[in-house]
Design a protein around this ligand. Structure first.
Ligand code: NAP
Length: 291
C-alpha cells in the first residue's frame, strides 16, 4: 500500500490495466483460433436506453479489436417474456456461442431475475446465474461477475495486501456490492457491507483500509469520510451537467487516500476487459483447454 504521508493519492489507472488484460487475452484468442475456435459473445439489448446502447457498443468494439465474434440482438422494448426467453434458449443451444449477456436494466414488464436465470450457467459470462453466485459464495468460482473481478485485478496490480485488512463496501447490489464483498472475504479481509439503511456511514468508511463504493450517488463519499492512506475504489458512474463522475468526491478523497480509481478511466474499463476474459475462458472451457 502507498505511503500515508503522501499528499495526493496515486491513480489506479483502468486504461493501462485494461490494456494489459486485453493484451494478455490476444495470445489466448490466437491459441483458440489455431484449434478452430472463435470465442463468441451474444448480447441481448432490449429497448433503446441510450446508456445501454453505449455500453453495448463498447463491448462490440472490444470484441472486434480482440478477434472475438459478437452478436448483438436488438429487441423492441415491448418484447414479450416468452419471445425473450426463446431468444435466450436459442443462444443456450448454439454451440458457437460461448457467452450470453442480457444488458440491464430491462423494461419494467420483464422480471430481471427470471430472464437472467434462464441463461445457461455455462455461458453466463456476467456471473449472475444462481449456480455461479453459489459457486462464488462457496469458494469455487466459475464465472466471477465482471466489475468485482476487475476491482480485484486493480487491487492486485498495485500490490495491495488484502489479507487481514478492513474492507468496507458501500452498496449491496448483486452485480457489485455482494460479489466484491465475497471476493474480499475469500482473500481473508474483514469485510463490512453498508447500504441505504446503514446508520452513520462515515463511521464505517473512515475505518476502511480498502473502500469500495458502488451506490450511484454523485460524489457522496467525501475526503473527510476516507481513512488516510487507504485505497479507494469508485465504481459509481453518474452524469452531472453532462460530465461523468463517480460516487467518490475525487478531489477531496484523493488528498487523503494513498490510491484511488478515477471516473472515467477506472473500474468501467476493467469491467469490459473482464467480460472479454470471461468469454475467452468460456470458449477455452468448451474446447476442453481448461476445466
Ligand atoms: P444498485 O443496484 O442501485 O445498488 C445501489 C446500492 O447502494 C444499494 O445497495 C443501496 O442500498 C445503496 N445505497 C443507496 N443509497 C445509499 C446511501 N445513501 N448510503 C449507502 N448506501 C446507499 O446499483 P449498482 O448496480 O450496484 O451500481 C452502483 C453504481 O455503480 C451505479 O452508479 C452504477 O452505474 C455503477 N456501476 C458501474 C459499473 C462499472 O463498470 N463501472 C458496473 C456496475 C455498476 P439498498 O440496498 O439499501 O437500497
Amino acid at each position: 500500500m502507498g505511503d500515508a504521508s503522501e499528499l495526493s493519492a496515486a491513480l489506479i489507472d483502468g486504461k493501462i490495466l485494461s490494456r494489459s488484460v486485453t493484451d494478455a487475452l490476444s495470445s489466448r484468442v490466437r491459441f483458440l483460433a489455431e484449434h478452430g475456435v472463435c470465442p463468441k459473445l451474444a448480447v441481448l439489448l432490449v429497448g433503446d436506453d441510450p446508456a445501454s446502447q453505449t455500453y453495448v457498443r463498447s463491448k462490440e468494439r472490444l470484441c472486434k479489436k480482440l478477434g472475438l465474434a459478437s452478436e448483438v440482438i436488438r429487441l423492441s422494448d415491448d418484447i414479450s417474456k416468452g419471445a425473450l426467453l426463446a431468444e435466450i434458449a436459442r443462444l443456450n443451444a448454439d454451440p458457437l456461442t460461448h457467452g450470453i449477456l442480457v444488458q440491464l436494466p430491462l423494461p419494467k414488464h420483464l422480471d430481471e431475475r427470471e430472464i437472467l436465470f434462464s441463461i445457461s450457467p455455462d455461458k453466463d459470462v456476467d456471473g449472475f446465474h444462481p449456480a455461479n453466485v453459489g459457486l462464488l459464495a462457496s469458494g469455487a468460482p466459475r464465472f466471477v461477475p465482471c466489475t468485482p473481478k476487475g476491482i480485484m485485478s486493480m487491487l492486485d496490480s498495485i500490490g495491495c495486501e488484502i489479507e487481514g485488512k478492513r474492507c468496507v463496501v458501500v452498496g449491496r447490489s448483486n452485480i457489485v456490492g455482494k460479489p466484491i464483498a465475497q471476493l474480499l472475504l475469500a482473500r481473508s479481509a474483514t469485510v463490512t457491507i453498508c447500504h441505504s439503511r446503514t446508520r452513520s456511514l462515515a463511521d464505517f468508511t473512515r475505518e476502511a483500509d480498502i473502500l469500495v463504493v458502488a451506490v450511484g450517488r454523485p460524489r457522496m463519499i467525501t475526503g473527510d469520510m476516507v481513512k488516510p492512506g487507504s485505497v479507494v475504489v469508485d465504481v459509481g458512474v453518474n452524469r452531472v451537467d453532462g460530465k461523468l463522475c463517480g460516487d467518490v468526491d475525487f478531489e477531496s478523497a484523493s488528498r487523503v487516500a494513498s490510491w484511488i480509481t478515477p471516473v472515467p478511466g477506472g473500474v468501467g474499463l476493467m469491467t469490459v476487459a473482464m467480460l472479454m476474459e470471461n468469454t475467452v475462458e468460456s470458449a477455452e472451457r468448451s474446447a476442453g483447454i481448461i476445466i
